[in-house]
Design a protein around this ligand. Structure first.
Ligand code: ZN
Length: 287
């Protein structure tokens, strides 16, 4: 029961990993088509461009160009141009590969201006979960020096992180508190400390089937395996980093057909309440 995390070191390797985006969707049970109330995290792009090949943390990935010179990786990880390399830039810029851990599990952070009490409360609750369950320390800072997470509020229905792991300098977690819960914030902190989506683990084909034919082209790569990342244990259907089996109409052509199923054809709901045993094991393996 564990999970995937990005390794600390980037190998120059040429892992052909595809993918990009994350979630959006809802999930539900086998027997019913009703939507659950859980909202998976997503960056709500106002416009999208092409999928491009890029090298992020030493792995070849696909990024979806979105507005304002931003690049969507795995659905709720929003990168900027200097966060990754294009394939032909790799030889001269190796430093970008480091998907860092936070020393001593200590995460420095501050609120951006305009953060509501609602989001402040969710942030406090989410960080308490990481503190109580995994011994992380969250240190609120007042400067903008060193490495830190800037916690931002948005009002466009997005929840996203700008890095997998510690990026170095400022990185952002942005959440619309009207659309997302404390559990979604726990999920975004998961990205910021190094976790990626459970359905991308290299051994996932043993546990699930991805119905690519029902997934819209721009979203397919978010369901691809990450051959360059580390996973341990077995697939964890309780992971807070796992998408629900069903997805919204922006992701799939037919919402009555799941994006993913278990091998016996059944589906599952996304879990956005707690860190699972696999989530915790993955962090303990990484840190
Ligand atoms: Zn995510």
């Amino acid at each position: 029961m564990k999970k995937i995390n990005f390794g600390k070191f980037a190998l120059l390797a040429i892992f052909a990993l595809g993918f990009a985006s994350c979630e959006s969707n809802e999930e539900n049970n086998d027997s019913s088509q009703e939507q659950s109330s859980i909202t998976d995290e997503i960056y709500n792009a106002k416009s999208t461009g092409d999928l491009i090949d890029a090298v992020y943390q030493g792995k070849i990935v696909q990024l979806l160009e979105i507005e304002n010179n931003k690049y969507l990786y795995d659905g709720d990880v929003v990168l900027e141009r200097n966060d990754f390399l294009l394939p032909d830039e790799v030889a001269t810029n190796k430093g970008v590969y480091d998907g860092g851990t936070w020393p001593n599990r200590t995460v420095r952070w501050k609120f951006a201006s305009g953060v509501s009490q609602s989001l402040k409360d969710k942030w406090a609750s989410a960080t308490n979960t990481w503190k109580n369950e995994l011994g992380f320390t969250f240190t609120q800072i007042t400067t903008t020096s060193g490495d830190y997470i800037l916690v931002q509020q948005n009002s466009d229905g997005s929840a996203y992180s700008t890095s997998i792991g510690r990026k170095g300098g400022q990185q952002i977690i942005s959440v619309d508190p009207n659309s997302f819960s404390t559990g979604n914030v726990i999920h975004e902190i998961g990205h910021a400390v190094g976790l990626i989506h459970e359905q991308k683990r290299p051994d996932r084909d043993t546990y699930i089937t991805v119905n690519y034919s029902n997934i819209r082209p721009n979203w397919r790569s978010q369901y691809d395996k990450c051959s360059g990342c580390t996973s341990n244990g077995t697939f964890d259907f309780n992971s807070i980093m796992l998408y629900g089996a069903r997805a919204s109409s922006s992701v799939v052509y037919n919402t009555s057909i799941p994006a993913m199923t278990k091998k016996n054809g059944s589906t599952w709901n996304a879990q956005r309440s707690y860190l699972s045993s696999g989530d915790k094991a993955a962090i303990n393996a990484k840190y």
